[in-house]
Design a protein around this ligand. Structure first.
Ligand SMILES: [Zn+2]
Length: 84
């Protein structure tokens, strides 16, 4: 598991197109893990949460297998669009 801290790293992961992205959020009751290419994983939202808000409300993690994210974060669930 690797935290994504820059737009460059985020774009690199999206371009490779392999693996999963887990998005944590302290406020939302449910957090989601997605395939990296899921339309719900956008650079716009990444920028807002990680760069503008300085990760205080939540973070982005790259994981090779989404089970890793489900194990680690208790509120984490599979995205209903890309991992139904
Ligand atoms: Zn998704």
């Amino acid at each position: 598991m690797e935290e994504i801290l820059s737009v460059e790293h985020f774009n690199e992961i999206k371009q490779k197109g392999i693996g999963y992205i887990a998005i944590t959020d302290h406020i939302l009751p449910v957090n989601r893990v997605h395939e990296v290419l899921c339309g719900d994983v956008s650079v716009k939202h990444f920028h807002k949460k990680v760069i503008e808000s300085g990760r205080k409300n939540g973070k982005y993690y790259f994981v090779e297998d989404y089970f890793e994210a489900l194990d680690k974060f208790h509120k984490m669930q599979r995205c209903s669009k890309c991992l139904p």
